[in-house]
Each structure stands twice: as structure tokens, then as C-alpha cells.
Design a protein around this ligand. Sequence first.
Ligand code: HDE
Length: 688
Amino acid sequence: MDEARQTAAPAAKDQDLARATQDPGPHLTTNQGLRLADDQNTLRAGARGPSLLEDFHFREKITHFDHERIPERVVHARGAAAHGYFQVTEDLSDLTMASLFRDPAKRTPVFVRFSTVAGSRGSADTPRDVRGFAVKFYTDEGVWDLVGNNIPVFFIQDAIKFPDVIHAVKPEPHNEIPQAASAHDTFWDFVSLTPESTHMLMWVMSDRALPRSFAMMEGFGIHSFRLVNAQGQAHFVKFHWKPRKGVHSLLWDEAQKIAGKDPDFNRRDLWEAIEDGDFPEWELGLQVVAEADAGKFPFDLLDPTKIIPEEDVPVRRVGRLVLDRNPDNFFAETEQVAFCPAHVVPGIDFSDDPLLQGRLFSYLDTQISRLGVNFAELPINRPVSAMSNNQRDGKLRHRIDRGRVSYFPNSLAGGCPAHSPDAMAAFRTYAQPVSGQKLRVRSESFADHFSQATLFWNSMSPWEKDHIVDAFSFELNMVGTVAVKQRVLDELLVNVADDLAARVAEKTGLTIQSTRRSQPHQQASPALSMDRPADSIRGRKVAILAAEGVDATQLGAVQTRLHQEGAKTEVIAAVAGSVKAADGSALPVDRPAPNAPSVLYDAVVIPGGAAATALAGMGQALHFVLESFAHGKPVAALGEGAEILKKMSLAPGDGVVTGTDVDKVMHELVLAMKQHRHHGRLTAAVPA
Ligand code: HDE
């Protein structure tokens, strides 16, 4: 059998990882397997005397501890990950020879890491930031890494600018402020002088930068890649991940509050969804462009600041990604996983996108600095296909390579490991013709920095536009240098849209001092808007407020109905433990009010009866409802619960549902939750 082509069964990677995974043993030992009698006290000279250097156990333990940290990722340091699988829904042999894309019966194991970009490893999950969406496919032909983001374009067109954009967005070097935030002078200084960042800025200032859940965000490979079939024909392709749960986001006010109330918000949501069996799922989409058609767009397919509008090239849905197992150990798996866009398999190849070309170099380099030259041997990184070559030695080599031969060609080992013939699907670089002078230039075809920024703006619904205006204004109002803010307005925003520039000028107290360079176009791409209802409320979290005298039957009916829809519920009361229900029973409380801020929930239910009267006198409950209302969340009030809304002048309608028939109210609540949020509410006067 051809060893390099063993089949990766669904559990192939799980089995591989199991070889490195272990449960705690019954006896405490040193690293040398020596059983210990006392791990509580150091060896000392006399009961109150100094510690002895001889204490090898203490020295081993403390030294290991001293060396527990490795350098965090220079970007994308904060992340969370999960195991799962990928499966195509149709045979894509016409496009690619990659085995993972050819057999709908085959499940390829994956490990997926989501991340923020700017913050340190210990920062919060919810800053305004791009999210990484990196997928490691353990295919039977080798590891393929699709290292993408949740935004389909990037700030810069050439990898040589990457250290600059990252230095600008990271905390400022003199005082390391601010953590995980782009709202500061250096970031806006850089982008104001880098007009190619404008399209990306529109996305980052939109709610895309505040995902409600990793499972509710899209993913994009960004660059044009190539798919190559067995006949050697290539197509350009853009990769998309489309979430089954729809695309939904937090509000900026929520995101900021969550950063304090539950900095692990997205990480926890991912973990809990998998533990609950509510497996996050995405469809893989492809935008395919024949090589011959590559020049037919008004932009360059190699320019990573451009999308191909879905209306021009539809996204063909070809497979599913399911995450169904949490890691066993954060450090060993999530921290040590090493992605690299250069990890490809036969049938997947690169384009000349200058950002991608730079990434092909950078990731290998960074893994060596983070993990060492043998990073590929770590359990989470090693392939499930056979691996054999003449690389040897280096720090922390685990493999024990037998024999005297570590070179090629050789005769002493029978020529092994040998080249693979074409029939065995070895990787061969796509034979793309290349010619030209050596030049340090930017192609003219990369020169339009504003058309797609305008396209994005034109495609937004009114509330999405409001949030973009608010985000630009918030960020610029954190910038101290007036000339920088002015430049953002005069050099970037005026060239995107008049109303955008005018509205940001008003909110930042600036006056526009330039005129736009060209006439704005009126085109839109509806696919760019997030203003679309979801078809289910799976995984959403509903708070049910409770107080003494609560109607246990009513509350049970609410829970049953919401659980049927796949939503999660939590009963919140003033203190932990239980509340006394109207029928005298003790109703379990999931969380006491101080531990359950409204920002952690998607909707709230206010019960009727005596509990409603009690809640009306509780400040925390009133604040919960007010804040939920102000954040546009669905609010359901049963029976007397509606009095609480009246008391606070919160009008029913637009996602606020009231009534006495539990079934009917819950039905309306579910519909309201599918809308996610109700932006039409007039909340300016609501004190929350
Ligand atoms: Fe990365 N990027 N990047 N990046 N990137 C890293 O690799 C880099 C870019 C992305 O969960 C680093 O292992 C350069 C675009 C993700 O472990 C580093 C350039 C996209 C992750 C690096 C880019 C990404 C990284 C830091 C410009 C979306 C996290 C640690 C040419 C398509 C992967 C590491 C994980 C991580 C370099 C731009 C996505 C330094 C030079 C565009 C999701 O190698």
C-alpha cells in the first residue's frame, strides 16, 4: 500500500492525539518517575531553617513552572479552538484533485482556531477587531491550513506593510496603552496615510467586528487561491465560510460591558455549545473564476483589499464544517497549534497576491520563534498522512529516525524516502508562466481604494450605517491628534460617501476641508448586509426573571418552549439557590442577579403573577429590562409582567411582546429572536 496515501478516517486525528493524551495517574512522581512522599514542604535544615539546594524535587518543580510560558503570537494572541470535521457535499474533481474535495463520503478531521488580532493572550473576547478563522485540515494527503479572517479584505496590499499596520494598532510602545483597541492615535495615523486601508476600515467599523458568537460569523480566505484539477487546469477561487446560525453581532455598548462582565464571552459560548451538543456549523462556499476570466473585473483579483461581489460570482456551497469536540488541553492544542498558509495539498495552490506571497514566508518563521524548529512534530500539528524526509535534529526532536542515511539521493537506503510519481498525487507547483523585470512597485491595477468602500456603505441598512458612523466617531474621538482625525475625514471618508463623511464630521466636531476625488457610484451588493433574519434561535440565551410567588407552571412552559427551539434559558433571581413559587415549591435559580447582567443574554422573559409585582420593586430587575430594551433585544412580558414595561414607559411592539397566553407569547418571542435585534426602537431616552 502507498503509505503516503493512508485514508484519514473521521477519527484519524483523534486517534493520533489519543497517543499523546493521558489522564492523571494514581501516584505523584517527579519527571523521572520517582514516587514522592511529600509535595507540601521543601527540604530544609531544621524545621525553621533555610531550604537546601539538594532538594531536587523542589528545583525540578519550580524550574518547570518558571519556564511554562512561550512567546504569545505576535498577532492573533487571544484565541479559542475546537476539533471537528469537514465533508464535501459533492465531488469537486472538475475543479481540484485534492482528495478532501472529491469524495462526499469522506470526513476530514479539522482543528479550528478563532482569535482576535490586536489584544494580548489575556485580553477580552469582545473588542472591536477582526477575528481570525484558521482551519487546519488533517487530510490523507497532508495538512492543509486555510488561515482566514471573518472579514473578506485586508488593510494593506503588500506584506511589507504588515509590521507597520500591526505596530500601529498594537498598544503604543512608550506606555503600552491601549490594550486590544484600535481607538488610538497611532492606528488612525497609519491608516489615514494609507488609503488602501479604507475598504477594510468600513468592515472593521461595522458590526462585523463585534461577533455575537464565533458560530455566528462568516469566514473568508481573503486572497484568490488556485484550485488545480488532475488535468492540470487551474481556476481562481475565493473561500467562504457561511455560518448555519446566521451572521449576528453585539452592539458596541454591549461589547464594552461584556469585556468586563465576561471577558471569555465568545470562548465560553463556543465551549458550551459543543458541550451541549449544539455543534457550530458552517458551509464552505467557493467563488470560482476561470483563469481566462481573471481580467474581466474592474479590480485586480490579486488585490486583497477587494471582494468579488456575490451578485457577480455566486458563492457555490460545496461542503460543511462541523465543530464537535472541545480540546482536552488549551496549551497543548489551542496554544501550540501552528497555522501556515503555505501548508497546502495537491490541487490547492497560490496566486500572486502580494499579501499572500508574504504570508507564505512569515508563518513558518513565526512558528519557529514561538515553538521551535520541530513544531510540526507536536501532536496537534502532526499530519495523519505518513511523514518522512531527511530533516534531522534541532531542539526538542521527538522522532527517533533510524538508519545512517539522512540525504537524498542515496543508494544505501534504497533511494528512500523517494520522490512520488504523479500517479500518487504528489504536490507539483502549478506551472504558471511568469516573466517581468524586477521592480519594487505597486501595480496600477491596485490603485482604486474607494469604489468598494462605497459599495460596502451603499449595501448597508440604515441601522448598519448608524453603527458605522458611531464606530468611526467613537474611535476618532479617542484620538488626541486633531490633524490625524482631520486626515481620516478629508483623505478617506469624503471619498467613500458624502453622508458618511458629513455624519462623522458632526459627531467628531470636525469640519470637512476637502472635496471628493471622483463621483461616487450607486452600486450595492445586498449580500454584504447583515440585516437578515436567522432561521432558528439555536444557541441563543434567554433570561427568565423570577421572584417569590413565581408561577412555576408558567415558567416551566416558557422553558419547554424555548428549549424545543434549541435556545438556552437561565432563571435569574435576587439571590442564588431557589425562589419560592406560588405553589410553595422551591424553584431552582440558575444565577443570582449580580452575576447575570443583561448583556450576556439575547432576550428576556418577565413572568406574570405575584413575581411581576415583586420584580417591579427590584432595581436590578428593572435595569435588566431597560438595558435589554435599549439594546434592541426581544422582551416578553407575561400577564402582569407587562406592568413593568408600562412603569418604565417601554412600548410593546417591535420585539416587545406581551400577553397571557404563554404559547402565543413564546411563539412571538421566537419570531422576534430570529430578527436578533430591533433597531427601530426609539431608545435615545431610555436610561440604560
Ligand atoms: Fe496573519 N499572521 N499575517 N493574516 N494570521 C499570524 O502567525 C501575517 C493576514 C491570520 O489561530 C502569525 O502563528 C502577515 C491575513 C490568522 O494561530 C504571523 C500578514 C489574514 C492568524 C502572521 C498577515 C491573516 C494569523 C502570528 C500580511 C487573513 C492566527 C502568529 C502579509 C486571510 C492563526 C502566527 C492562529 C497569525 C503573519 C495577514 C490571518 C506573524 C505577514 C490577510 C487567522 O505569522
